[in-house]
Design a protein. Sequence first.
Length: 254
Amino acid sequence: MPDYPKAITRVDHIEPVPRRIRAFLGGEQVLDTTRAWYVWEWSYYPQYYIPIADVNRDLLVDERRTEESRRGTARMHGLRVGEESRQSCARWYGDDALTGLADTIRFDWAALDGWFEEDEEVFVHPRNPYARVDALRSTRRVRVELDGVVLAESTSPVLVFETGLPTRYYVNRTDLDASHLVPSGTRTACPYKGRTSDYWSVRVGDTVHPDLAWSYTFPTAALLPIAGLVAFYNEKVDLIVDGERLSRPKTHFS
């Protein structure tokens, strides 16, 4: 039994998106809709399915082949904007699609330069309307170790509770033993927190463990309490919270 809430939405669940959704490629608007659908292709988060009437069809390139899935038969399309070209990035669903999805298009997220919910950019994938992400200040005593070496100790962490993931413990940089941290060029993004500004590997003895810690200098407004703080992957280090050693959780980050 995990010690955090799991994502529970069933695969192929469909719900209307109440937000305006736009996406761009090469400076051109590819889609603009207030009638998108959330479709859960797996339980953790949904994808957007866009009515064809709200897509700039002049940018679509029909590849004249189809793809079958549980959601129906999709005609494959690419995108072309000037010199920018993306192959096989759009699936246009036909009459045999799940209820409500006929004549909608599902775009590969990474094929487009930017996605927006209303006027706020969203990264990686759509935000799950059934997920919560809360950043709460705490006075719990947190110690981070790896192979018996203390990497951080804090009595003023910020705890991030995100549906489907273990609690993350963000600590002040002054609570770190920076002698074990090796700056990394890795950068990632999160739909809820924004883009990371820093990553670190950890050196213990002669071994360097890649990309174990990260920070957001400019997180999204809802996650401002973690600005500039540092978190470690629970899955890859040892956490002792209020004197209790936590077991390492098993997630897709393990």
